[in-house]
Ligand binder design. Structure first.
Ligand code: GCO
Ligand code: MG
Length: 401
């Protein structure tokens, strides 16, 4: 079962995706997502110029050995570009193994630990009224968990609050610089959740993403103020470069915390998990070294009663979504999965077996990941550079994302 080569397919059906297609001697191929939002071509080159030549002739069945070969063999460890490239290879190899053995990947990972995977959707609105109404709309179509974000009076654009679109995408054209005030933001969040609980009750799981923008003491106060509203989680309350800062937040609040979408290795989350400073680890298949490495993170987390809650925004392709669902269905300490449906163009490029109904998802029972790429359709959507917006404080100081 030798790897004969592969292709790196970069396409943009609404937003940019980098996909690895790894081919074997008897015609079986596997897919892996390698998308790093706003830095896509760095991973494409890493795969094309550096990894594919190393993979030719290797046995595709030796998933763990290939992972270690690419990780240890690079000499330069970790980092988002390296780990997204390794993730794509690893995901493609699990896809190949599933196809070879004629079984869905979750069966190779120990089988289903649950019937289906709980997901959360994204509701947002310019005002509290609009956000509450949007959240109600998610419940009406079956969601049991909703992340809610709202605009801040006086601030033109706020992260996660769309202007007419399902989501704020990376923007094409010149990079957008937005203004940010933590004081303005903090004055809106607690009233938003007060209203949500008053109107929607306590049967729905509510989540909120701070997107790394508060200082630890501000995050501690927010967590404390939100306690009566029983959030499922408060996400990325502050930057996690310094894990010790979560001790301060933890001392002040019992609001559950979720961190990790920008992490790319078990070492990034180790202290947060081992000191039980978080409740959910948000590492993803594509950004944290693939299914193989994510399982190791989940196993470490399991020892400390930390559950998984993988990132699943639309900049992660349907290939990553499929891989995430196989992982989520199988891993014992699964918590929740983020889910934002892709556009119809994206779904045409990536036909898939996974499905959503009644607030939960299932990866389907096709051999492998159950997701494909239509290369002819992909070719009609060429790559177009796009960047996430950045944030500056009102006096012009560059702020955390
Ligand atoms: C989330 C994330 C996204 C990221 C985006 C970056 O929780 O879904 O924070 O909104 O900003 O995926 O590429
Ligand atoms: Mg987030």
């Amino acid at each position: 079962m030798k790897i004969t080569g592969g292709k790196v397919i970069v396409c943009s059906p609404g937003r940019n995706f980098v996909t690895l297609k790894l081919e074997t001697a008897d015609g079986v191929y596997g897919l892996g997502d390698a998308t790093l939002n706003g830095r896509e071509m760095a991973v494409a080159s890493y795969l094309r110029d550096h990894l594919l030549p190393l993979l030719e002739g290797r046995d595709a069945r030796r998933i763990e050995d290939i992972w270690q070969f690419l990780y240890k063999g690079a000499y330069w460890r970790r980092g988002p570009v390296t780990m997204a490239a390794i993730a794509a290879v690893d995901t493609a190899l699990w896809d190949i193994k599933g196809k070879l053995l004629n079984t869905p990947v979750y069966q190779l990972l120990g089988g289903a630990s649950r019937e289906a995977v709980l997901v959360y959707g994204h509701a947002n609105g310019e005002t509290i009224d609009n956000a509450v109404e949007a959240a109600g709309g998610f419940l009406a179509v079956g969601y049991r968990a909703v992340r809610v974000q709202c605009g801040v009076p006086g601030m033109e654009k706020v992260y996660g609050v769309s202007s007419g679109m399902a989501y704020e995408p990376a923007l094409r054209g010149p990079i957008s610089e937005t203004a940010w005030s933590s004081e303005g933001y903090l004055s809106c969040v607690t009233p938003l959740f007060e209203r949500l609980r008053r109107e929607l009750g306590f049967d729905v799981h509510l989540l909120h993403d701070v997107h790394h923008r508060l200082r630890p003491i501000e995050a501690a106060r927010l967590g404390h103020d939100l306690e009566p509203h029983r959030l499922f989680w408060l996400e990325d309350p502050t930057v996690a470069d310094n894990p010790e800062s979560f001790r301060l937040i933890r001392q002040h609040t019992t609001t559950p915390l979720a961190v990790g979408e920008v992490f790319n290795s078990i070492h990034d989350c180790r202290q947060l998990i081992q000191e039980q400073l978080i409740d959910y680890v948000r590492t993803t298949v594509v950004h944290a070294g693939g299914i193989s490495h994510l399982r190791k993170i989940a196993s470490l987390a399991e020892l400390y009663q930390v559950r998984t809650g993988s990132h699943g925004a639309t900049d992660l392709s349907p290939v990553c979504m499929a891989a995430a669902l196989h992982f989520d269905l199988s891993v014992h300490n699964f918590g929740i999965q983020e889910y934002m449906p892709h556009t119809s163009e994206t779904d045409r490029v990536f036909p898939h077996a996974y499905r959503f109904a009644d607030g939960v998802m299932h990866p389907g029972d096709k051999p492998g990941l159950g997701v494909d790429i239509d290369e002819a359709v992909a070719a009609t959507f060429p790559y177009r550079p796009a960047y996430l917006p950045v944030a500056r404080l009102l006096d012009g100081t560059m702020h955390d994302w």
